[in-house]
Design a binder for this molecule. Structure first.
Ligand code: ADP
Ligand code: MG
Length: 256
């Protein structure tokens, strides 16, 4: 079967210095949970930002191929790419507070994204906002949609970010360290939610984390990144049974 996303020979460097992403190739299959793990600074976020065309201005990117479904991402003009981002590809980051607007209610922020992607009547928007807030399991959605980000807990704010990411009904949700800023007990809840949503919607989930222990419970496949290279990719069970690369073995040995 054709992959949902395929990336071939991607390299990224900054200011013509060493490559921080060094000739990597990988694919994400429809409906799967794909985990990209590796220590901080190994190039995971830069890889995701390359796919999303959100690299900083001083980055130089090269790729032989980058295809989402049948669309060649390298050939899409900038203006169309903005629409694709957030629609076919959803995105959540580590810190939900920095992505939410402090002067807009939760409901307004989810509605704004719906209005960008779809042409809906006002009452349909409200209906869909409530559905999305329910889908991410925030209690009392009718009340919560009138609140501002600072009135929510960190976990709830990340749930709002997930609702916003789901608003476009994406085929792929990229979650870059989605739980790193959260308390340990909340981390597991957010991961469970992501897994449930992935199963409900059939979207693919691309989980990015420095923490193998955290993602290994829900990943179908694991790719290990070290110093800009993907050094090993395997189905999760296979990875635990017979990982080969010394760095993978080191990560496995460090598991609690
Ligand atoms: P990870 O997500 O795995 O922690 P990143 O993808 O964020 O790592 O970063 C990979 C490398 O790229 C790091 O060495 C980082 O210092 C470098 N880097 C990231 N952003 C920039 C930037 N804007 N300018 C220069 N170097 C950067
Ligand atoms: Mg990162």
């Amino acid at each position: 079967m054709k992959p949902l996303l395929s990336v071939e020979h991607l390299s990224v460097s900054f200011s013509f210095q060493n490559k921080v992403v060094d000739d990597i190739s990988f694919e994400i299959r429809s409906g799967e949970t794909f985990a990209l793990v590796g220590e901080s600074g190994s190039g995971k976020s830069i890889t995701a930002l390359s796919v999303l065309r959100l690299l900083p201005n001083n980055a130089q990117m090269q790729a032989a191929g980058m295809v989402l479904q049948d669309r060649d991402l390298l050939k899409i003009p900038e203006i169309d790419f903005c629409r694709l981002r957030g629609r076919r590809i959803g995105l959540i980051f580590q810190d939900p507070m920095s992505s939410l607007n402090p002067v807009m209610t939760i409901g307004e922020q989810v509605a704004e994204v719906l209005n960008i992607h779809f042409q809906l009547a006002k009452d349909e928007v409200r209906q869909r906002v409530l559905e999305l807030i329910k889908q991410v399991e925030i209690p009392e959605p009718e009340r919560r949609i009138n609140e501002y980000p600072h009135q929510l807990s960190g976990g709830q704010r990340q749930r709002v970010m997930i609702a916003i990411a789901l608003a476009g009904k994406p085929d792929l949700l990229i979650a870059d360290e989605p739980t790193t800023a959260l308390d340990v007990t909340i981390q597991a809840q957010i991961l469970d939610l992501l897994k449930n949503l992935q199963q409900q919607t059939g979207m693919a989930l691309w989980l990015i984390s420095h923490d193998l222990a955290l993602v290994s419970n829900i990943a179908d496949r694991i790719a290990v990144m070290q110093k800009g290279k993907i050094v090993e990719t395997a189905a999760t069970g296979e990875f635990f049974r017979q990982a080969k690369h010394p760095y993978s073995l080191k990560l496995l040995a460090a598991l609690p």
